[in-house]
Design a protein around this ligand. Structure first.
Ligand code: ADP
Ligand SMILES: O=c1ccn([C@@H]2O[C@H](COP(=O)(O)O)[C@@H](O)[C@H]2O)c(=O)[nH]1
Length: 201
């Protein structure tokens, strides 16, 4: 099986997940993997001590597990992937079995950081959205979906998310084949991406 892996990278709140959701509405013949699921457990963290663990550093992810999963899928094998709970900041006990597929979409903030992982990607997309827009989106989303308070989102953003973005995420934009401005409601970019994805399955 000729397996293609598409990497979608970009800062937090840039609209990466929304792009994948929009694609899924009209085309779902692919396997989706979110890098967020590979976070290491940080069960000691809560709204009151949100900066006790830096989720915006490459060491926060199990890059070896990511690499081995993507390598296995590239070779046409089924793999076991972790599942992460954003509210408790912990990895769940159960894993997710990912069956082989000819098209894999892998999305996350540090998808281009590890060169072993980068080398497995057949197409690299960077979602480029201004910082103020990303922050507003994140604030609303983290309160609605990730069990967070306004104060904890602001504190984490200023001390870790923003510095981590400039140190580890934005510099990886140079690896992108395609840059999509603004994310999930960029209909023209979505249309082009969709047409291409359909040629791969
Ligand atoms: N173009 C957009 N306009 C307005 N809101 C958006 C747009 N794209 C995404 N959002 C919202 O912003 C939040 C963050 O988007 P998301 O796709 O989760 O970003 P990411 O996966 O890059 O962190 C979500 O609540 C989403 O619904
Ligand atoms: O337990 C956690 C794990 C991660 N985060 C934050 O999530 C973003 C990455 O996810 P996006 O969907 O791309 O926004 C990252 O900036 C971490 O700070 C968290 O808050 N808690």
């Amino acid at each position: 099986m000729d397996v293609k892996i598409i990497g979608i990278c970009g800062g937090s709140g840039s609209g990466k997940t929304t792009i994948v959701k929009k694609i899924t509405e009209v085309f779902d013949d692919f396997v989706f993997i979110a890098q967020d699921n590979y976070y290491k457990s940080a069960g000691h963290v809560g709204n009151d001590n949100i900066t006790a663990f830096n989720f915006d550093h490459p060491d926060a992810f199990d890059m070896d597990w990511i690499y081995n999963n993507l390598l296995g899928l590239k070779q046409g094998k089924a793999v076991e992937a972790p599942v992460y709970d954003f509210v408790t900041h912990t990895r769940k006990k159960e894993t997710r079995t990912i069956e082989p597929h000819s098209l894999i979409i892998f999305e996350g903030i540090m998808v281009f950081t590890d060169s072993r992982i980068r080398d497995l990607l057949d197409l690299k997309i960077y979602v480029d959205t201004p910082d103020d827009i990303r922050f507003i989106r994140r604030l609303k989303r983290d309160i609605a979906e990730r069990g967070r308070t306004v104060d904890s989102v602001i504190e984490q953003y200023l001390s870790m998310v923003r510095p981590g973005h400039y140190e580890f995420i934005e510099p990886t934009k140079i690896y992108a084949d395609i840059i999509i401005p603004e994310g999930g409601y960029n209909e023209n970019a979505l249309g082009v991406l969709l047409s291409y994805l359909k040629t791969l399955v």
